[in-house]
Design a protein around this ligand. Structure first.
Ligand code: DAK
Length: 258
């Protein structure tokens, strides 16, 4: 076992950041292992949904590894920055949907990691925040951009400027997480959602993820044109024929992902 574990359960790929003694902080080693695993998942069409979580019951990820950052030279800091940015955009552009299973603290780079995922399921013990301002820095993995896009500028600005942490219930109220469940139900709830998504036609699932993520970065006309292109891809698929035939014949669809 390394600092990041990866296991497959049928159609699910489950990534667990495994540094509980440092609250799963994102060291350079963690980032390199994450990159290798994500590259592997990208090529693996048997994996339909990805889950990312943290080892233990205390933290999802408590941020970038502060102890490691303290000693970095400017050049090392730059490379650390590019590596992290590469990984976060890999998550967003991965064909498969990614669910963050937030089992505890999701702070700084940890909150940013959760926000780069497509869905977030939190335990009642989860706590979220962007405390970078307390270290004299700003978020460097998209926090200033993804947080206001997810919860709106008003509350995002407050969290970024005050470094206040919020609990799971508040995160759900603000729309930062999809759902909150007791800690002992967390993984089962996430797997149930992942399996529900894995049972759909994956051409349409992947097109949906791409349309939302790419579309949000474009103006509405460009985004709708992109959506239309992906709609065309779905329309040309066997899955579309099967889905519509199944509806007409009042039976469940059997998607083949082609
Ligand atoms: N890094 C390294 N170690 C950490 C850590 C972190 N982020 N968070 C916790 N730990 C370690 C603690 O040092 C402690 O280690 P030992 O002393 O036992 O060796 C162990 O984990 C347990 O933590 P605590 O003893 O502190 O546990 P408590 O329950 O008392 O407190 C806490 C839990 C989460 C409130 C506290 O640990 C805490 O405040 N942690 C730091 C949270 C934080 O500030 N996170 C944001 C980090 S800054 C960049 C892009 C992105 C970033 C940076 C650069 N570029 C583009 C260049 C991202 C920056 C960040 O994320």
């Amino acid at each position: 076992m390394g600092v990041v574990n990866y296991e497959k359960e049928e159609n699910l790929g489950i990534i667990t950041i495994n540094r509980p003694q440092a609250l799963n902080a994102l060291s350079t080693e963690v980032l390199y292992e994450l990159r290798t695993i994500l590259q592997q998942i990208k090529e693996d069409s048997r994996v339909k949904v990805v889950i990312i979580t943290g080892m233990g019951d205390k933290a999802f990820v408590a941020g970038a590894d502060i102890a490691e950052m303290v000693a970095k030279t400017v050049d090392e800091g730059y490379r650390y920055s590019r590596l992290g940015q590469e990984i976060f955009s890999m998550i967003e552009s991965l064909p498969q949907p990614v669910i963050a299973v937030v089992n505890g603290y999701a702070l700084g780079g940890g909150c940013e990691l959760a926000m780069a995922c497509d869905l977030r399921i939190a335990s009642e013990k989860a706590r979220f925040g962007q405390p970078e301002i307390n270290l004299g820095i700003i978020p460097g993995y998209g926090g200033t951009q993804r947080l206001p896009r997810l919860i709106g500028k008003t509350k995002a600005m407050e969290l970024l400027l005050t470094a206040d942490m919020i609990g799971a219930a508040e995160a759900e109220r603000l729309g930062l997480v999809n759902t909150v469940v007791p800690a002992d139900k967390l993984m089962d709830t996430a797997k149930a959602m992942a399996n529900k998504i894995a049972a759909k036609g994956q051409i349409a699932i992947r097109a949906t993820k791409a349309a939302v993520n790419k579309g949000l970065q474009a103006d509405i006309d460009t985004a709708c044109a992109y959506e239309a292109g992906l709609f065309g891809v779905c329309f040309a698929s066997e899955d579309r024929k099967e889905g519509m035939a199944a509806f007409m014949e009042k039976r469940p669809a059997k998607f083949q992902d082609r």
